[in-house]
Design a protein around this ligand. Structure first.
Ligand code: NAP
Length: 245
């Protein structure tokens, strides 16, 4: 049984560890970040070349199943995997970590809408955590931004007033609380990534009464089989492997 595990997340690494070596797993990373945390087992890095490339790769490698454990906002690879698997009849599972409860966050559909909300609400000191590619939506914003990203965004996309914080989670409550206070943050912008690794900022914002602008997740492909935990994904693979025996 050979599984392609689309990764780039802590959940994907945990799933690779749960399956390896009983199941042959090839983890796939996009190759966006230098020095990524690597899962156990075989790893390939880089795009497949669109749906056609992915379809070809799945066929050439004789892959028996695909588990998509990419980030909830990695919508392109998720759509490609769903389409390629449907076309080839390859069993396909999405491991999507549960979303955060938005509570009384200002919910928006995109970073562009988040930037509009920041302007409309006259937020002045914004903690921007919606990812490197999301920064471009804020280029023309008048507010000051504390921008936390794993790798630096294109300098042309940075808003005029900002401070860049390059770091990688997990993050913890006390440090997040101190960060919001130190920088006198008056709004937090975040994607609804879900999971424990980056949720402390929400708890710190709630404790300080800092409003949250939350970008909703893109929808999952129609009809996709989806689970919310590493354990459930491992069980899905195990059941499939049993059926194939
Ligand atoms: P995306 O927009 O859905 O994908 C863009 C292209 O990158 C895809 O068409 C594919 O290229 C390639 N790609 C993406 N994930 C890949 C993977 N796991 N293996 C091989 N190729 C992959 O993805 P993204 O939002 O840029 O995210 C890239 C990666 O970073 C994902 O694997 C994701 O799990 C991880 N990540 C993303 C976020 C986020 O906020 N988006 C946060 C943390 C981690 P081809 O078309 O050439 O195949």
């Amino acid at each position: 049984m050979k599984v392609l595990l689309l990764g780039g997340t802590a959940e994907a690494r945990a799933l690779a560890a749960a399956l390896h070596p009983a199941v042959e797993v090839i983890s796939s990373l996009a190759g966006r970040v230098p020095d990524p945390a690597l899962p156990v087992g075989a790893v390939r890095v880089g795009g497949f070349g669109g749906i056609d490339g992915l379809r070809r790769w799945l066929r050439d490698q004789r892959v028996d199943a695909v588990v998509d454990a990419t980030h909830p906002f990695a919508a392109t690879i998720t759509a490609h995997a769903a389409a390629a698997c449907a076309e080839l009849g390859v069993p396909h599972l999405i491991l999507a970590r549960p979303a955060w409860e938005p509570g009384d966050a200002l919910r928006v559909a995109s970073n562009t809408e988040a930037a509009k909300t920041v302007a409309d609400q006259h937020f002045a000191r914004v903690f921007l955590t919606s990812g490197r590619s999301g920064v471009a939506a804020f280029t023309d914003s008048a507010a000051w931004f504390l921008i936390r990203v794993v790798t630096a965004p294109d300098p042309d996309t940075l808003p005029r007033h900002h401070r860049l914080l390059l770091s990688r989670g997990p993050y913890h409550y006390d440090a997040e609380y101190a960060l919001l206070r130190t920088h006198r943050i008056d709004a937090l912008v975040t994607k609804n990534s879900g999971g424990a690794m980056t949720r402390a900022k929400l708890d710190a914002a709630a404790a300080l009464g800092v409003p949250v602008v939350m970008v909703d997740r893109p929808p999952l492909p129609d009809g996709a089989t989806t689970v919310g935990s590493v354990e459930a994904a491992a069980e899905w693979v195990a059941t499939l492997a049993d059926l194939r025996r």
